[in-house]
Ligand binder design. Structure first.
Ligand code: SF4
Length: 262
């Protein structure tokens, strides 16, 4: 079966392609979703992550939220999230997309803030218990795609004036490390590199037309924790649960209105 004519790419789908081309094929071309059992604990963790997103959104809209009734994640937010990122021009749960080689590339922003200093901050909530380092996060597709999409499409949010890459900050705010506020700073050079990286990946995927073009990863360790292992005859352990990926993936699917988008 060939790939659909119009593909919608996202940080999740490009992460999956890097992890394993066959995973990409199974998940986005054949549209197979979480074939392994999904435990109640995982459901609860995703639910808590979504609940956090919803309540922070309400707070940003000025809807009163009683801190005393909140769980620990929201108490951490209330106590530590920087004041200058709670005011100014706030946009929450916003989806933007730009074309890449004729296909949409989608980014779903938890929060965008235009500060009084005319900086644009992309805020991404992380509700997992083990925060990765900024260095690790910088290498993820999300850190390439989110600033890129904002700069490419941001004029629509900025009275028709393009957003300069140097004005963009990306902050991963971790519930488990609420006092750490160290953003990744974007730049013209990073924007050029982002365009090249994204176009190269999309072009590589578009060359594939059948399963054989999407090989199984040679890294068998990845299979040990892959939710698609039953389709490949690999792996014997319980699949790893990646909360951030699960929450991001579900939110992207909802934003796209379909559960098979890439
Ligand atoms: S089980 Fe291994 S080869 Fe199969 S999709 Fe998962 S990571 Fe790829």
């Amino acid at each position: 079966m060939a790939l659909p004519q119009v593909l919608t790419f996202s940080q999740s789908s490009l992460e999956d392609f890097d992890r394993c081309p066959r995973l990409f094929w199974l998940r986005y071309q054949q549209r197979l979703s979480w074939p392994e059992p999904w435990s109640p604990e995982n459901d609860r963790a995703v639910e808590l992550g979504q609940q956090f997103h919803a309540l922070v959104q309400r707070e940003s809209l000025g809807i009163l939220v009683d801190v005393q009734t909140l769980g620990d994640p929201l108490k951490q937010y209330d106590a530590h999230f920087p004041a200058h990122l709670r005011t100014g021009q706030l946009l929450t749960e916003l989806t933007l997309q730009v074309p890449v080689l004729g296909h949409p590339l989608v980014a779903r922003f938890d929060r965008l803030v235009r500060t009084d200093a005319a900086e644009w901050w992309i805020i991404d909530w992380k509700t997992g218990q083990s925060p990765p380092s900024n260095q690790t996060l910088a290498q993820r597709w999300q850190s390439t795609i989110y600033p890129y999409v904002l700069v490419e499409s941001g004029a629509s949010l900025n009275s028709g004036v393009p957003i300069r890459p140097a004005a963009v900050r990306l902050l991963y705010w971790h519930v488990a490390a609420p006092q750490t506020v160290t953003p990744l700073v974007y730049s013209e050079a990073a924007h050029t590199q982002a365009r090249q990286r994204i176009e190269a990946a999309v072009a590589q995927i578009l060359q594939g037309t059948e399963a054989a073009d999407f090989p199984l990863t040679p890294n068998h360790q990845r299979c040990q924790t892959c939710t698609y292992q039953s389709y490949c005859g690999r792996g014997q352990q319980m699949p790893e649960f990646r909360l951030e990926d699960a929450v991001a993936s579900k939110r992207e699917q909802v934003a796209a209105g379909r559960d098979w988008e890439i």
